[in-house]
Design a protein around this ligand. Structure first.
Ligand SMILES: Nc1ncnc2c1ncn2[C@@H]1O[C@H](COP(=O)(O)OP(=O)(O)O)[C@@H](O)[C@H]1O
Ligand SMILES: [Mg+2]
Length: 400
C-alpha cells in the first residue's frame, strides 16, 4: 500500500489497513462512517449555498385550492353533489322538528343571557348537532367562525387538544355584543378520560366568557364531574310523523316521484333516525330515477320486504319442523338475508299476531334471546334451528 493511500485512509479511519478487522479500506467498519461524515462536511456548505439561490416559493408545498400538476382542488362543492343531510340541515331553531320544549328552553335561556353549559344526549340523527349549530348561527350570524369552536370525533380528542386548542380559544377575549363564546364538543363520549378531566378545570376557569356544549350518544361515558357542570337535555328518537314531514319536504324540494308506501317504508326503516331516513331516500333516488316505491326502498337498504316476512312466518307456523327449516334456509339464501334481519322482521310480525299477551310476551322474550346470542357470536345454524323450534312450540301451545 502506498504511503499516500495509507495517509488518506488515516484521515478518516484510526486503523491502518493491515490491522483493520475488514482488511479493506472500502468496507472498513470503523472508517466508513467517518468517510461519509467527511463527504457530508465537504458537500453541505455547497448545497446550502445552492438552496439559498432557489426562490422560496419553489420549495414550499402547494397550497390547498391552487392548481397542482394533475389535480385541481376546489373548496366549493356543487350543491347538486351535496349530501342531503347537510343540504337540508336546519338553518334556524324554527326549522327543528320535534323537541319543542327543549328548543323553547334553550331559546329563553339565551334570550335572558343565562345560557348554562349544555349536555345534549340521545340516539343518533335526532337533531343534537343541528340544534346547537342553529343556535350558534342565530347568535353570531357572520361572526360564527370567530365566536364558536366546533370540534367533533374526526378531530384529535386527546388531552393535548384540550390543553392547547380549547384552552387557547376559551382564554382569548373577543368582543361580542352577545358576551360569550361557544365551544361545541360533538361526540364528546369519544374523548379520553384524561381529556375530560382536563376539560373540567378549563370549564371552571373560563366560564365568564365561554359556554361549553357537549353532545353525545352515551352520557354514561362522560365523567360525573363534567355532567354536574352542565344542564342536561335528552333528545328522544323522532316520531314517525316528524320524519314523514321532513321526507315529504325534501322529496318535493328535489322533485322526486315517490309513492305514499315509499315514504312510509323510508320512515319505517329509518327507525326514528332522521339522518338514516334522509340517506335512505338519497340512496333510493341515486339507485333509480323512476318512481321510488316500497320495493325500491327495501332493495337499497337490503332489508326483507314485510309482506315476504309475513308469508315466511305463516309458513313456519303451519309447516312441520323439517319442512319449516328447509323453507327458512331457502328464503335466507334466495333473499340474501341475515339472521338479525329475520329476527327483527319476526318481532314486528309477532307484535301484530292475534294471540294472548302471555304467548306474545313469551315469543318476544325468546326472539330477543336469539338476538342476544347472535351478538355474542354464537353459531348461526343453532340460532336458525332455535327460531324454527320457537315457532313450532308456539303453534302447539296455540292449538291446545
Ligand atoms: N329534529 C330535527 N329536525 C329537523 N331535521 C333533523 C332533526 N334531527 C335530525 N335532522 C336531520 O338529520 C341530520 C342529522 O342531524 P344531526 O343534528 O346531525 O343529528 P345528531 O342528533 O346525530 O347530532 C341533519 O342534517 C338534519 O337534516
Ligand atoms: Mg351529531
Amino acid at each position: 500500500m502506498s504511503a499516500l493511500f495509507q495517509a488518506k485512509l488515516d484521515c478518516f479511519c484510526s486503523f491502518p489497513v493491515c490491522i483493520c478487522p475488514a482488511q479493506n479500506p472500502f468496507i472498513c467498519p470503523v472508517g466508513f462512517d467517518s468517510f461519509v461524515a467527511a463527504i457530508d462536511r465537504f458537500l453541505s456548505p455547497i448545497f446550502s449555498r445552492f438552496l439559498n439561490w432557489i426562490p422560496a416559493q419553489l420549495l414550499m408545498p402547494p397550497e390547498k385550492g391552487h392548481d397542482t400538476k394533475n389535480v385541481i382542488v376546489s373548496d366549493k362543492v356543487s350543491m347538486s353533489n351535496q349530501m342531503w343531510v347537510e343540504k337540508y340541515r336546519p338553518k334556524s331553531l324554527d326549522e327543528i322538528a320535534a323537541h319543542a320544549d327543549i328548543v323553547a328552553t334553550i331559546r329563553q335561556l339565551t334570550h335572558d343571557k343565562k345560557l348554562p353549559h349544555l349536555l345534549l344526549y340521545g340516539p343518533p340523527g335526532t337533531g343534537k348537532t343541528s340544534i346547537i349549530l342553529a343556535l350558534a348561527r342565530e347568535l353570531y350570524s357572520t361572526s360564527f367562525t370567530q365566536m364558536a369552536l366546533e370540534l367533533n370525533a374526526s378531530d384529535e380528542r386527546g388531552i393535548d387538544v384540550v390543553r392547547e386548542e380549547i384552552q387557547a380559544f376559551a382564554s382569548t377575549l373577543r368582543a361580542s355584543s352577545f358576551g360569550f363564546k361557544l365551544v361545541i364538543l360533538d361526540e364528546s363520549d369519544s374523548m379520553t378520560k384524561d381529556a375530560q378531566f382536563a376539560l373540567r378545570r378549563i370549564i371552571e376557569r373560563y366560564t365568564k366568557y365561554t359556554r361549553f356544549c357537549l353532545i353525545c350518544n352515551f352520557p354514561s361515558k362522560i365523567i360525573p364531574a363534567l355532567q354536574s357542570r352542565c344542564t342536561k337535555f335528552r333528545l328522544e328518537a323522532l316520531q314517525f310523523e316528524d320524519i314523514r314531514n321532513k321526507i315529504q319536504l325534501v322529496s318535493s324540494a328535489e322533485n322526486l316521484k315517490i309513492t305514499e308506501e315509499g315514504i312510509l317504508a323510508v320512515c319505517r326503516v329509518g327507525c326514528g333516525d332522521m339522518r338514516k331516513s334522509l340517506n335512505i331516500l338519497q340512496s333510493a333516488h341515486l339507485a333509480s330515477k323512476d318512481v321510488i316505491d316500497e320495493d325500491l326502498v327495501y332493495a337499497v337498504t337490503g332489508k326483507p320486504l314485510p309482506v315476504n316476512m309475513g308469508n315466511l312466518c305463516d309458513s313456519l307456523l303451519t309447516l312441520p319442523f323439517k319442512e319449516a327449516v328447509i323453507v327458512l334456509v331457502e328464503r335466507k339464501i334466495i333473499e340474501g338475508l341475515t339472521l338479525s334481519d329475520i329476527v327483527e322482521a319476526m318481532m314486528a310480525y309477532v307484535s301484530q299476531l292475534h294471540i294472548s299477551s302471555f304467548f306474545r310476551t313469551e315469543f318476544l322474550r325468546q326472539l330477543s334471546e336469539i338476538d342476544r346470542c347472535m351478538t355474542c357470536c354464537m353459531g348461526e345454524r343453532i340460532q336458525l334451528l332455535t327460531i324454527v323450534s320457537i315457532f313450532s312450540k308456539l303453534k302447539s301451545q296455540i292449538n291446545q
